[in-house]
Design a protein around this ligand. Structure first.
Ligand code: NAD
Length: 289
């Protein structure tokens, strides 16, 4: 068996077309959806991520701006910049690019952006909907979990009643994803670095999602070929200068379907961000009327 490859591109193209129309609709009412990324200091990886966000943002007709602050920016200056952006009615979405500098690490970063402009979906006012059981992907929800669920839905992979093993319990991926999947009636196991007998668990998965950040960690032995497991690889790692996921390339021989790296969850995350921007701009326009 060779796994079906769950490419993001066809879905990204479809969503992009929808977003272009929504953007035109907003512009015809005098609102140009605009996002601002706040970057502090120099971080080459962050600059690459930001470039991808800018490209898609502009492709759908929205406005992008980068506020690049020096590495020595103090807490007070940083908070002043955010306060100004939060009250600027021309900015509909704000992202604080992670990681922030050590000087700013003590700040409650997820809660600094106004909930209505929180297009990363990290503010507790937005994440609480997940805890309360929402299945509404039009809310401002964290982008990677949202993108993973859209990808599964696009390829007709039903999660209801399935055993889904999520590896990694970060605030931006593993935890919200596990909870959203549970809201969608999956039976979820959330595993992490202290989980014992990991492969015994992963071999019972109908869907295995890895978000741990270790290149090629998931080997063929982690799957039971009789289960026809769907594998979603969230990892973005560097191995010998190449971008690789958490999943070993040999897994393609035992899985029924697999999301590639690059070209899988990464592009879904960026397009989800722009979906969030459009929702934020539409909500803010409705709020004005
Ligand atoms: P993180 O780095 O904050 O945490 C890693 C998680 O993996 C922890 O919860 C830890 O318990 C778990 N873990 C570590 N070793 C493990 C092991 N041996 N077995 C089981 N679990 C283990 O996580 P993150 O920020 O969610 O990032 C995870 C990966 O996903 C990284 O490669 C990151 O680059 C990638 N990522 C990709 C996207 C995307 O758009 N594709 C978005 C965010 C993160």
């Amino acid at each position: 068996m060779t796994a079906k490859i769950l490419l993001a591109q066809p879905l990204v193209d479809k969503i992009k077309n929808e977003l272009r129309l929504r953007c035109e609709g907003l512009k015809s009412q005098g609102t140009t959806p605009s996002m601002c990324v706040v970057l502090v200091g120099e971080n080459p990886a962050s600059l690459t991520y930001i470039k991808n966000k800018k490209k898609i943002c502009e492709e759908v007709g929205a406005h992008f701006q980068l506020l690049h602050l020096p590495a020595e920016t103090s807490e007070q200056d940083f908070l002043e910049h955010l306060s100004r952006l939060n009250s600027d009615s021309k900015i509909h979405g704000i992202i604080i690019q992670l990681p922030v500098t050590d000087k700013l690490k003590k700040l409650d970063i997820p809660n600094l952006v106004a909930p209505s402009k929180d297009i990363d979906g990290f503010h507790t006012a937005n994440t609480k909907a997940i805890y309360y059981g929402t299945t509404d992907l039009n809310l401002l929800l964290p982008c990677t979990p949202k993108g993973v669920i859209h990808l599964l839905q696009f390829y007709g992979i039903d999660v209801k009643g399935k055993h889904i093993v999520v590896l990694g319990r970060s605030l931006i991926v593993g935890k919200p994803l596990a909870m959203l999947l549970s809201n969608l009636d999956a039976t979820v196991t959330l595993a992490h670095s202290k989980t014992k007998n990991l492969e015994e668990i992963t071999r019972t998965a109908d869907i295995l999602i890895s978000a741990i950040g270790i290149p090629h960690f998931i080997k063929t032995s982690a799957l039971n070929s009789a289960k026809h497991t769907v594998v979603i690889d969230v990892g973005i790692n560097s191995l010998n200068g190449k971008v690789t996921g958490d999943v070993d390339p040999d897994v393609i021989e035992v899985a029924s379907a697999i999301s590639p790296v690059p070209g899988g969850v990464g592009p879904m995350t960026v397009i989800s961000l722009i979906q969030n921007l459009m929702c934020a701009a539409e909500n803010q326009l409705k709020g004005k009327k």
